[in-house]
Design a binder for this molecule. Structure first.
Ligand code: GMT
Length: 378
């Protein structure tokens, strides 16, 4: 058995419901369970940081306001918080998730500490929109390129994202792919019958989608795919999460006259419970670097219908764990959904395949890859 040195790790992420925050939080929790000390440095308690662990520390970044500031200088406050936490707790390394503005703030902290004689290694994990949407925007690109290149190690959550990063930025260093992960044991559970009955009292099939309801998630496609299915079999749609596209989605449900069979359940942090009653998960996004929501569904034994954009093909194996189709092809996605839901033996086979595929991304396989990376850069 190999023994791992106990490390003191600074973890920086967005604390909101986005996938990058979820990955950072689950990573921190798993590392803490293995005996490492993990210090979260964020402006709010991360949503999945909801259990007590003596190895977990939480440091809130405060951004004092002043009448002069139209834009409170978050990045400056964050860099200062990094310096203080690293110094006070003698951290070994800093792992930042999502390049903007975390990689730049980490660079600043690293330079300040260097002056004080401390060299703090910085790892930047790229998650998706920090590269493909926001990052490559000219407004941010020079700082993003510089701060990625200044990181001591760079990881991307999929091969596709690694490729996109090299395509859009002048990166001089190796980007290592460490895929996202899921705790299969936690997600793979039997659905509570009573809960299922509340949602689908007449044993209707349950379709589900979970996201931050941004344009890129193509929420109208989710609704239209459901409509295709609804035209043929009794079914319900559960929409988990919230965001800018929600009002339009509600309107569309009324327009298509399916509002009684669609439920908006808002933001949820116990995804394993809610997924346990689903029959099919829909993720027809314009782009996903990875698609953590789909992986969590698969771990819960739920087949997925996804677009074939970005890194989705790395997790959803077409005609095995579900089906994939071209972005926007709601007709095909609707037909493929029906194909699964109308054939119990196919549904069962895909459920088993989905769990098997999710196991390749199991937390126990992926966490040691991060530990090895940390050890290497120390
Ligand atoms: O998908 C989002 O809008 C949230 C975003 C984030 O940064 O939190 O998710 C990105 O990171 C996740 C975790 O690595 C990936 O699973 C998502 O695919 C990725 N989103 C996009 O690439 C659009």
């Amino acid at each position: 058995m190999t023994t791992t040195k106990r490390m003191r790790i600074g973890m920086v992420c967005y604390p909101t419901f986005g996938g990058s925050g979820v990955v950072a939080t689950e990573l921190g929790l798993a590392l803490a369970k293995k005996g490492h000390s993990v210090h979260f440095i964020t402006y709010q308690q991360p949503v999945r940081l909801n259990t007590f662990d003596p190895n977990i520390f939480y440091h809130e970044v405060h951004v004092p306001t002043y009448p002069l500031f139209d834009f409170p200088p978050y990045e400056t406050a964050l860099a200062s918080a990094m310096v203080n936490v690293i110094t006070h707790y003698n951290l070994d390394l800093l792992h930042v998730h999502y390049a903007i503005p975390h990689a730049a703030a980490a660079f600043m902290a690293k330079q300040i500490l260097k002056k004080e004689g401390k060299d703090i290694p910085v790892i930047t994990t790229l998650h998706g929109t920090d590269i493909t949407l926001v990052g490559k925007d000219k407004t941010y690109a020079p700082v993003v390129t510089f701060s990625i290149n200044e990181s001591d190690a760079i990881t991307a959550v999929s091969t596709n994202l690694r490729m996109e990063t090299y395509k859009h930025f002048k990166i001089e260093k190796e980007i290592e792919v460490i895929a996202n992960f899921v705790d299969v044991e936690r997600f793979c559970r039997i659905g509570i019958d009573a809960f299922r009955k509340v949602i689908a009292p007449n044993n209707e099939k349950i379709l589900m989608h979970a996201s931050n309801f941004r344009k890129l998630k193509r929420i109208p496609d989710v609704v239209r795919i459901f409509k295709e299915v609804h035209n043929h079999i009794p079914c319900k749609l559960l929409l988990v999460g919230d965001g800018p596209e929600r009002p339009a989605a509600e309107e569309l449900c009324h327009e298509l006259n399916i509002q009684d069979d669609v439920q908006f359940v808002g933001k949820q942090d116990q995804m394993e419970e809610i997924l346990s009653i689903a029959d099919l998960f829909l993720l027809p996004s314009e782009y996903e670097s990875f698609g953590l929501a789909a992986l969590e569904a698969m771990a819960a034994g739920v087949p997925v219908i996804t677009s074939n954009a970005g890194g989705l093909a790395e997790i959803n194996i077409n005609n095995e764990t579900g089906f994939s189709a071209e972005v926007g092809d709601v007709k095909t996605m609707g037909e493929l959904s029906l194909k699964i839901l109308q054939d119990e033996s196919l549904l069962h086979r895909f459920k088993l395949n989905a769990i098997k595929q999710a196991k390749k991304f199991d937390i126990h396989t992926i966490i040691p890859l991060y530990e090895k990376l940390y050890e290497r850069i120390l």
